[in-house]
Design a protein around this ligand. Structure first.
Ligand SMILES: [Zn+2]
Ligand SMILES: [Zn+2]
Length: 161
């Protein structure tokens, strides 16, 4: 897996290690992300759950309500409540790491900007960025290597989606 990247919550009770680079990175401008973070967007690194190793502490899952009806658990530090990652759909095999909890956060640029229909007007997206009003086709956009990793993780978990 090569390189690993460390991260943690604000108070330091939770420390984790992400093994390898993420499969894909979203910058999500949806109103749920805006509300849940209190910011203009959330930056999420999509990675296999087994590449995320806890070094210290144990985050707690907080279930969010969603429009789709699919579960969405946010894993937070039990002490300072920083959100570390999400498990969308309660898959168990893929996590959406909040990129800004990584120590080297600036090295991870979004591969796609999604739900830009609710992007705040003062945020200007970079020239040439992949921009989507809502969502996109994973098959069409992800690099082949990432698609293979995603499929391998899904199969390993015996999951249908
Ligand atoms: Zn904390
Ligand atoms: Zn979102």
């Amino acid at each position: 897996m090569g390189e690993s990247f460390e991260g943690g919550c604000f108070c330091g009770k939770i420390r984790y290690r992400m093994h390898g680079r993420p499969m894909f990175i979203h910058c999500c401008h949806c109103t749920d992300c805006q509300r849940q973070t209190g910011s203009a967007f959330a930056i999420n690194a999509l990675i296999e759950a087994d590449r995320v190793e806890l070094a210290e502490g144990e985050p707690v899952a907080v279930a969010m309500k969603t429009d789709s009806g699919h579960p969405h658990d946010i894993y937070r530090c039990p002490e300072c409540r920083t959100a570390l990652w999400s498990d969308y759909g309660r898959r168990g095999w893929m996590l959406f790491i909040r990129v800004s909890t990584l120590d080297r956060r600036a090295e991870f640029e979004p591969d796609a900007h999604i739900f830009t229909r609710s992007k705040v007007p003062w945020v200007t997206l970079p020239e040439g960025a992949n921009v989507f009003e809502e969502y996109y086709s994973t098959k069409a956009l992800w690099p082949a290597g990432s698609l293979a990793r995603r499929e391998a993780a899904r199969m390993k978990a015996g999951a249908e989606r």
